[in-house]
Design a protein around this ligand. Sequence first.
Ligand code: 5AD
Length: 331
Amino acid sequence: MTKLDIYNALLAGDSPEELFCRADAERKNACGDSVVIRGLVEFSSHCVRRCQYCGLRRDNLQLDRYRMSLTEMIAAAQRILEAGVRTVIFQSGDDLTFTREDISLVLRAIKKRMPEAALTLSLGERPPEDYQAFFDNGADRYLLKFETANPSLYEKLHPGQSLKKRVELLEDLRRIGYQVGTGNIIGLPGQTVADIARDLEYLKEFQPEMIAVGPFVPQQQTPLAGHPMPGPELVLKVLALARILVPAAHIPATTALATLGGHELQARALQGGANVLMVNFSPSAYKGLYRLYDHKACVDLEKAKEIAALVKRPLSLARHDAPDGIACPSS
Ligand code: 5AD
């Protein structure tokens, strides 16, 4: 697909069904039919950044913040693994009070008990030395979204940060040996179709092992509280194009999609390129506090089963490695 093809596919309003069909076929061919489950633990809502769209931004003084203890983190991972789910994702704001040693200890403790577990980190920007230490202590995957590939829009939305640094960190992660996940937000203020085409070009070039495409969802305590959400069709088109451009990537039907259009929209994403659902295993006391955006949906294991049943596909709790690891099993 050329840049022009991508651009035209994004603009074509009438029959995205053809695009969704093609993405569905690519997904089936590269990843098989199973809906892959990942277990998510949101372990800290503290953040040093000021991303304009995000409820965790440090200027949000109204947010009731929490940090899980290392023991709670290990216990949460254990619950995931006991449920049979083989992939644990630890996510937080950019919270540097969790030191290199803290995170390494958690990783080692889990890998010692459950060596076959796949451990994903999503802790934001850290020095590459931290990424290296986490990898050496058992982390397999790292998720760091580039959010938008337009450098000036990136800088406007992320005061004090740069797209150049973000992209360099993604390169560092890959060089260290991680399976790398990245992605964008659709519907950011000032974002054009050309910007989204640029996001897709970047995905095509970088060929990440995981791709998260999510709609912008407003959060009342941010500067973008009044900005509207994008139309669901546009988000589905971007997701389908991501599948076509990076056929073997793991692509979740994100929680933000569920917030935009309910679990039915997640089901549609699974029929148009997505193959993953992320199930929230954060302790219930914390679940409502990780307020990236308002009305954040929650997918538990039962809900995931319902969504997979809606699309008539089997659920898989197994560890599914990205294409450069072991091939995605097909059931
Ligand atoms: N709308 C959509 N996505 C958001 N994120 C944070 N805030 C929002 C929002 N308001 C996403 C970002 C970030 C991830 C953890 O959550 O893409 O990378």
